[in-house]
Structure formats: C-alpha cells, structure tokens
Design a protein around this ligand. Structure first.
Ligand code: BES
Ligand code: MN
Ligand code: MN
Length: 455
C-alpha cells in the first residue's frame, strides 16, 4: 500500500466518527421548522472545509439556505476543479419504518445507516477527506479547488440558482466534480453522464366555497376531490404514456451505440423489481427498463390532500383538493414548455363546476454530458484503477438541478462521480451508505485530483 492508502486506512475510525457527527444534524431543507438545523449543517460543512486545510472559506447567505464556499489556489499553473455536494437531506418519515433512528447513525453489516448517509453527506465528506489525505501526505494539493455545497438541493436549489449565474468569475473552473450519484452495481466503477430534469407542481382544485353535507348536496354540488381524481387519471395511461399533447415531440431516442452499452450492463430487471421495488410487476412503456428510467419522461403523483382522511366516516363534499405532481424530463425537453403543456392539459380535463390551477414548485433542466473530454477520461481511469474493474458510463433517472447550470453558465464539463449503491434507500426509510465505498471514494477522488492536476 502506498502512503495515501496507508493514511486513509489509518484514519478509518476518526473519519467515520466525523461523518456520524454530520449525520446527526437533521438538516431537512423542505420544512421551515428545521431552519436552525440547516444553519448547523452549513456550519459543520464550513468547519469541515477548514479542517481539511482549505484556507479561504465563507458562508454565502442571501436568498434561501446558506451556501458553503471554499477555495484553494496554491497549485500554481494547474487546472481548477469545482467540487459540489449538498448538506441538506430529505425528511425521514415514515419514522416507524426505520430500524434505527434516522439521525442516530448506526453501523450494521458494513453500512452506515442514517438519513443523508449516501445522499449526500457521506459524499460531501468523501471530497473533504480526499483533500485532507492529499494535504497530509504531500503537504500540498495537486490541483486548484473550489467548493460549493448547497443546503436546498432537495427542494429545487433557489440559492445556488441565483448565485451561479452572477458568480461566473468566482466559480471559474476547468471541470466540475459532483459526488451525488451511485455506482450501477456494487464494486462497479460508474460515471453518470445523464440526469433527467424535472417540473414539480401542485394542482389545486376549487369547487364549492366550503365543505358540504354529501347527502344534502350530493347530485348538485361539484366535488373538488372527484374532479382532481378525474384530472389526475387523465394525465397518464396505465401503460405509462403521458397524455399531454406534444410532450414527446422533442424526446430523442438515445443513439444505438448508447443503448447497446446499456444492454451490456449487469442489469436484472426482475431482481430490481423484487429486491429494490418490491412489486409484482414493472409498469410503463414497452421499452427496455433502463431506457424508461433514463431516457423517457415520466409523470408521477406524489401526494393528494383533500376531504376527510381521519378515522371512521364523514359524509362530506370537499370544496378544495390538491395534488403534488411531477414530470421527469429528458434531454431536449424544456421545463417551461412542459409546464405550459401540463397547464393546458389540466384545463382541458377540468370538469364543469370547478376551477383548477397548476402551481410550479420547482424544476430542473435535463442534462446529457459528452464523455469525450480529458477530465472524464482521467476520472474513468482512476475509478478503474481504484476499483480494479473497467468504468461503465450510465445515465440516471434522478435530477441534480444545479449541474446543468454549471455546464451552461460556467461552461465546464461535469464529472458525476458518485459512490452510492442502487439499494441505498435514498429518500426512503433506512437510508444507508457502504463504508467500504466511503473509503474507496476518498481514494478515487484523491486520485482524480492528482490526475486532474495534470490535464
Ligand atoms: N442525489 C439525488 C439524485 C440522484 C440520486 C441522482 C442517485 C443519481 C443517482 C438528489 O439528491 C435528488 O434526490 N434529487 C432530487 C431533485 C429534486 C428534488 C429537485 C430528485 O431527483 O428528485
Ligand atoms: Mn443528492
Ligand atoms: Mn436526494
């Protein structure tokens, strides 16, 4: 083992403990009650940057949750890598389904269980520890680094969306390193070159001016919840076709060569169905499941509120009902156009007697990265070396809103180098992160910094 490997090995316990400390902060971005915890999460990330030896750090406060910034400019003549991660997490509920409490990290069979373990605190920590290790072993860093960690990735990234376009000089870099994705399979080094975009909305339906007795008024009064159900049912067929006109017009089929590369991946649809999803069947269009998840738009209802949902029965005609609905987008689709088409379709579907409105909550532009650039080539090489296998290129169905902005506004290639696993239970109970992936991640990112310094 070389000195970098030895240093990482020797730091195992201390780093895990430090990660646990980060994971104990319930920095849930979507719930305003947790604002003090968001602040704590930001402070922790800031202090961790300092501990890693990044001298220039600052907390950038303005709209939304604080951004954590840091930079190292001591590698004269070397390129600059902009490193990104997020310190916010998703809400942990349903709490009763966690085997150990979400904000009391627990180690079980080689994994660390906690909300945010994989998404994304474990991966933020990987970047920081890569820096610490390189500094400790070489006394300096092989590449210039900038760090930007946000606290509202899980809610659409307002602060960073405002910050990036007006900070092009400050964020100027040669490549962006994003650690917020997953390996395609355990032990398989994976670079992600595509993310879906998103239009997240709330559909509000108003019928009567107040709730009514369903016996006295049933038959004459509009029912907002019935109307909402009608609208939602009209948005998608049971076999997965979105019924919004024009929505598929700009969708491009991935090139034959890319689809062929997907068929060579170690993918077992039935295993995914049984072990990750836990359903009797996969649903959707008649296309390969990876194409459905990575290169086709989808529409999902996330929650419905309205009427009586308590114990027993209440005979009520709800005056109001709302649903949260999102559409995932693929390259070429424009969030604004899809939103407008959804609004139009909702109006078409709205039955007499009610009014419906589509309110946008947030969105993300889809992303497709051209893998032909020296930074991705270096990333693939070091990834292969650390994991001892050839790196695969995949897309992902998820979204990381700011990445398209890095690419468009800062004109940098993005390297999506993540160390999660497909069954990490992101956004779900019992989120976990593999401890061995954590340490291999530190080594991979450190090696990437070395390689990037030589581009
Ligand atoms: N890190 C995930 C996205 C992800 C996970 C990409 C695994 C690739 C592999 C990210 O934190 C996430 O959950 N994004 C949200 C974005 C949204 C709330 C704007 C998503 O995709 O739902
Ligand atoms: Mn994430
Ligand atoms: Mn997430």
């Amino acid at each position: 083992m070389d000195s970098l490997g030895a240093y990482i090995e020797q730091k195992r316990d201390a780093w895990l403990e430090e990660l646990c400390e980060f994971l104990r902060i319930p920095s849930i971005s979507t719930n305003p009650d947790y604002l003090p915890q968001i602040k704590k999460g930001a402070d922790f990330a800031l202090e961790a940057l300092k501990r890693a030896g990044i001298e220039h750090t600052e907390l950038i406060e303005g709209v939304g949750h604080p951004l954590v910034y840091g930079e190292y400019t001591g590698a004269e003549g070397a390129p600059t890598v902009l490193c990104y991660g997020h310190y916010d997490v998703q809400p942990p509920d349903p709490l009763e389904q966690w085997a150990s409490p979400p904000f009391e990290p627990a180690v079980r069979n080689g994994n660390i269980y906690a909300r945010g373990a994989a998404d994304d605190k474990g991966q933020v920590m990987i970047q920081l520890k890569a820096v610490e290790a390189l500094r400790a072993v070489h006394g300096r860093l092989p590449v210039n680094l900038k760090f930007i960690f946000e606290g509202e990735e899980e809610t659409g990234g307002q602060a960073i969306d405002a910050f990036v376009p007006k900070s092009k000089e400050k964020l100027k870099a040669d490549a962006a390193l994003v650690c917020d994705t997953a390996l395609f399979a355990p032990d398989l080094p994976t670079l992600c070159i595509g993310l879906r975009g998103l239009v997240y909305t709330e559909i509000e339906v108003e019928g009567a001016s107040h709730d009514l007795h369903s016996g006295l008024y049933g038959g004459v009064a509009p029912n907002a919840l019935n109307a909402l159900a009608w609208i939602l049912a009209g948005l998608k067929t049971p076999d997965g076709k979105i019924r919004i006109s024009g929505i598929y017009d700009s969708v491009q089929r991935p090139a034959r060569s890319e689809r062929a590369s997907w068929r060579r991946l170690p993918f077992d649809a039935d295993r995914m169905r049984a072990e990750e999803i836990g359903s009797v069947a996969l649903t959707g269009e008649k296309k390969h499941p990876l194409e459905r998840m990575w290169a086709r738009p989808t529409l999902d209802v996330h929650g419905i509120v309205g009427g009586y949902t308590g114990a027993g029965a209440k005979t009520v005609i709800p005056g109001r009902a709302t649903a949260k609905v999102s559409i995932r987008l693929v390259p070429n689709q424009k969030p604004q156009e899809v939103l407008a088409a959804l609004e139009q379709r909702v109006q078409e579907l709205t039955p007499p007697g009610v009014k419906a409105r589509v309110v946008k909550i947030h969105g993300a532009v889809p992303l497709l990265i051209d893998p032909n650039n020296p930074y991705i080539e270096k990333a693939a090489k070091v990834f292969s070396r650390v994991f001892g296998r050839k790196t695969v290129f995949v897309r992902s169905g998820g979204s990381i809103p700011v990445v398209a902005l890095f690419v468009d506004a800062l004109q940098v290639p993005a390297i999506l180098m993540g160390f999660g696993l497909p069954d990490d239970n992101l956004h779900a109970p019992n989120e976990k992160f593999s401890i061995s992936n954590f340490f291999r991640g530190v080594e991979t990112v450190a090696r990437f910094f070395e390689a990037a310094g030589q581009v």
